[in-house]
Design a protein around this ligand. Structure first.
Ligand SMILES: O=C(O)c1ccccc1N[C@@H]1O[C@H](COP(=O)(O)O)[C@@H](O)[C@H]1O
Length: 215
C-alpha cells in the first residue's frame, strides 16, 4: 500500500485555527516567522502555538534566510520541523540542521529545467524537500503568493527524490495536483484564505477532503 499523503496547512496564526485544522485532519501545520508575511507570528506567539500543537499535530516554523540567533531562538521552542524558504545554500542548510537539531524542510523555487537540476544537492542535506513556485521578479517575499508552476517540469526530476508540493494549491486544483504529480505531501496557504492572512475553515476542510479523495 502507498504511504499516506502528508497534508500541511501553512500560515496558521491563531489557536482557534490550529484546533480547526487538527479537527479537519491535517498532518502538519506551518507557522510563518517572517515579518513581511501577512501570516507572520511573533516569537512569543510561536511559543504558544508550538506548545498547543505538541502531541496533536506536527509543527513547522517557516523561516527565510535566518541568522544563527533566529535559528537558536526558534529551535528552543521545540518545533518538529524548521522550513527554510529563502536562498539558503546546501552548505547553509546543513549547518542550520546541525545547529538547530530539528528536522529541516528545504523549500525550492521551481520555474525552469535549471531549477530542477538544483534539487538533488538539497535532497542530500535536508530531511524533506518542498517544491514551490518561483516568485516573479520583484516579489516582496519568496513564497505564500498563491502562484502555481508548470507541474510538467517535475517529469525531469530524479524519481528517487521524494518531495512535497506547494504553490497556489486550492480546494479546486489539489486533486489534479495529487494525481498528476504524485507528491509525498502537499502544502497550501493562500488558497485557503478569504484575504491575505485570513484562513477559512471551510476551505481548509474542503482542501483536505479533496486531497485525500485523490489518492
Ligand atoms: O506565506 C507566506 O507569506 C510566505 C512568506 C515567505 C516564504 C514562504 C511563505 N509561504 C509558504 O509558501 C508556500 C506556498 O504558499 P501558497 O500556497 O502559494 O500561498 C507554503 O509553504 C507557504 O507556507
Amino acid at each position: 500500500m502507498a504511504d499516506p499523503l502528508i497534508v500541511k496547512i501553512c500560515g496558521i496564526k491563531t489557536h482557534d485555527l490550529l484546533d480547526a485544522t487538527i479537527a479537519a485532519g491535517a498532518d502538519m501545520v506551518g507557522f510563518m516567522h517572517f515579518s513581511r508575511s501577512p501570516r507572520h507570528v511573533s516569537i512569543d506567539e510561536l511559543g504558544g502555538l508550538i506548545s498547543a500543537a505538541r502531541g496533536r499535530i506536527e509543527s513547522c516554523v517557516v523561516l527565510v534566510n535566518p541568522d544563527n540567533s533566529c535559528v537558536a531562538e526558534v529551535a528552543a521552542l521545540g518545533p518538529d520541523w524548521i522550513q527554510l524558504h529563502g536562498p539558503e545554500t546546501p552548505h547553509r542548510v546543513e549547518s542550520i540542521r546541525a545547529e538547530a537539531g530539528v528536522e529541516i524542510i528545504k523549500a525550492l523555487p521551481i520555474g525552469s529545467a535549471e531549477d530542477i537540476a538544483q534539487v538533488a544537492a538539497f535532497a542530500e542535506v535536508a530531511d524533506r524537500i518542498l517544491l514551490d513556485a518561483k516568485p516573479a521578479k520583484g516579489a516582496d517575499r519568496p513564497g505564500g503568493l498563491g502562484e502555481s508552476f508548470d507541474w510538467r517540469l517535475l517529469e525531469a526530476l530524479d524519481p528517487s527524490i521524494s518531495f512535497m508540493l506547494s504553490g497556489g494549491l486550492t480546494p479546486e486544483n489539489v486533486a489534479e495536483a495529487v494525481r498528476q504529480v504524485g507528491p509525498m505531501g502537499i502544502d497550501a496557504s493562500s488558497g485557503l484564505e478569504t484575504a491575505p492572512g485570513v484562513k477559512n475553515t471551510k476551505l481548509i476542510e474542503a482542501f483536505i477532503r479533496n486531497a485525500r479523495a485523490a489518492v
